[in-house]
Design a binder for this molecule. Structure first.
Ligand code: URA
Length: 478
């Protein structure tokens, strides 16, 4: 039976979307339906929990009618880049008719590929309106989410989006607050980041979120970190934060200093450029001398010393952590504290010889906050990791490892230039420019922070990742 025969004359189809923001699902179904020549008025797009199933009255069998499948040689579906760009965003709108509207437009594009160019066309205008409204909502989320501390290590924010934008904006917050443990609660679903993996959960209520003042220091450091004179004009930055909000926002008091500090930061960037001109050190001893004297970021003023990597200068495996901790700062060697002991246990049980590996960190100084006698680990900011990357790259150029094992999101960022979710990056190698293979796994101190089932699960994943690295070393014969 051909697809066309399969399509009974005048039949209606209900397409049930698994989630209200599942554009990929809509796109796949829409393509197939167009290829089967099903016109827009014979399809209802139903999102979870909606009353939008126009054909529900015709009974469940009718609703679940199997969708036709296109012939293998069906004509490809035409969609302009502009349509796809707008549609991806418009699909996040809360208007229940949006998927039908997008299908109608896609249908029309098949006979008139330039239909999107008609600015006066009511469908085009409506799609543009939806896109604009979703963009405005995302912008509000970026600008006005405020975290509150629920305990020393966990921050929670409440936000009420107008549209289904939460999942689509998760990576924005992941990048901005990469090294924190945070949750954003919303009535449309929640996202949680623990410094390594992103998790989702169902809708929350206002009462689930903590009340009180936002965490001023945290917000200020975020704000200062995005205030980059090279990328943002001061005016644009200020216009993101309308004056009427200033009095409620802890970061507003930073603005005069930030403007004054912009020139100093520019000077810092010039210094980094000069460093580049001098060229990278070409021995590990020169790297050690270089990091000891480096003052290119504020962490360099912290702690006792820069901690240099250690291991054979031609090691086939390079293991990279985040930054030295309290004990490493005192002892002057990487991974000799509790996280290092856990790492050693796993390396031993996997059969990887630590002494044959070069072990180092993405950031060379210990960043901490003094609390009484204790020095509490503070995660490095993205730009601090990026600044220190120069030294890590120098170490890698000298050692030339075949495999690099990045422990945690900070180390992974050093190689990938962006923050990635460990759950997505682990399990397969990533080719680096010089042909080395990057393997990403969790940081052992992440395991130390977990307990119960979560610890068991993450420990098993960690052990698997190390086993894959060991297997690869054996395959390479190194
Ligand atoms: N954590 C790291 O990332 N590196 C160390 O050296 C110690 C703890």
């Amino acid at each position: 039976m051909t697809a066309m025969q399969n399509v009974s004359l005048g039949a209606h189809y209900a397409v049930h979307l698994p989630a209200p923001d599942d554009f990929a699902f809509w796109r796949e179904r829409a393509r197939a339906l167009i290829q089967c020549d099903i016109p827009p008025d014979r399809i209802s797009w139903v999102e979870p929990g909606s009353t939008g199933d126009l054909f529900a009255a015709e009974g469940p069998a009718r609703r679940e009618k199997r969708l036709p499948t296109p012939e293998p040689d069906a004509q490809p579906v035409r969609a302009s880049k502009r349509f796809m760009k707008l549609a991806r965003n418009a699909a996040l709108h809360s208007d229940q008719q949006r998927f039908g509207l997008l299908y109608r437009m896609l249908w029309r594009l098949q006979s008139n590929p330039r239909a999107m160019e008609d600015k006066a066309d009511p469908d085009v205008r409506q799609i543009e309106e939806l896109d604009k409204s979703v963009r405005r909502d995302s912008h509000k989320m970026h600008a006005f989410v405020r975290f509150r501390a629920v305990d020393e290590d966990h921050y929670v924010a409440w936000f009420e989006p107008d549209h289904h934008i939460v999942r689509a904006n998760a990576s924005f917050f992941m990048r901005r607050f990469a090294n924190m443990n945070w949750s954003i609660l919303t009535p449309r679903g929640c996202i949680h980041w623990d410094g390594e993996t992103m998790r989702e959960s169902g809708p929350a209520r206002r009462e689930d979120a903590p009340q009180g003042d936002p965490v001023e220091d945290l917000w200020k450091s975020y704000y200062a970190s995005i205030f980059n004179p090279a990328r943002l004009k001061v005016g644009a930055m200020l216009s993101e934060m309308p004056k009427k909000y200033w009095k409620n926002m802890p970061e507003a008091e930073l603005i005069p200093d930030l403007i004054a500090g912009a020139q100093a930061r520019e000077a810092g960037m010039v210094a980094a450029g000069e460093r580049e001109e001098r060229g990278r050190p070409d021995t590990l001893e020169a790297v050690a001398r270089g990091i000891a004297g480096c003052r290119d970021c504020p962490i360099a003023e912290c702690g006792t010393r820069a901690v240099m990597g250690e291991g054979p200068p031609n090691a086939p495996l390079m293991i990279v952590g985040e930054q030295p901790g309290d004990q490493e700062d005192i002892g002057g060697r990487p991974f000799i504290g509790p996280a290092g002991q856990l790492l050693d246990d796993y390396l031993n049980s996997t059969g990887i010889d630590r002494a044959a590996a070069y072990v180092t960190n993405a950031v060379k100084h210990f960043k901490f906050a003094q609390r009484g006698k204790r020095r509490i680990h503070q995660s490095p900011q993205a730009k601090e990791i990026d600044t220190c990357r120069w030294w890590l790259e120098a170490e890698r150029e000298i050692v030339k490892p075949r495999l690099v094992l990045a422990l945690g999101a900070s180390a992974a960022r050093s190689f990938l230039g962006k923050t990635v979710s460990i759950s997505k990056a682990r399990g397969a190698s990533i080719a680096l420019e010089d042909g080395a293979e990057l393997w990403v796994t969790a940081h052992p101190s992440y395991l130390l922070r977990l307990d119960g089932e979560a610890r068991e699960k993450q420990s098993a994943l960690f052990a698997n990742d190390l086993a894959a690295v060991r297997e690869r070393l054996v395959e390479l014969g190194v």
